[in-house]
Design a protein around this ligand. Structure first.
Ligand SMILES: [Zn+2]
Ligand SMILES: [Zn+2]
Length: 75
């Protein structure tokens, strides 16, 4: 394998948060600062809603899916 390809192959920069890979450190840096934290990671169990933070989803569920949270519904 040519030297430049070897370097290319090993120069992978991986985001510890989401596992995305970038060939250039500056792209990973940009991803971490502007993209990664902005991705909606937390999803509602009952609908398509997704939030940036778990607390947002919890608030959403308590407001929109109050009936589903009622333990009596499972009896
Ligand atoms: Zn990431
Ligand atoms: Zn929902």
């Amino acid at each position: 394998m040519p030297f430049f390809l070897l370097g290319y192959y090993f120069m992978q920069h991986t985001c510890e948060e989401c596992g995305k890979q970038y060939k250039h450190a500056k792209n990973l840096d940009r991803h971490k600062r502007f993209e990664c934290k902005r991705e909606k990671k937390f999803h509602c169990l009952y609908c398509d809603y997704a939030g940036y933070q778990k607390i947002h989803v919890n608030v959403h569920i308590s407001r929109r899916h109050k009936d589903m949270m009622d333990p009596n519904i499972f009896i």
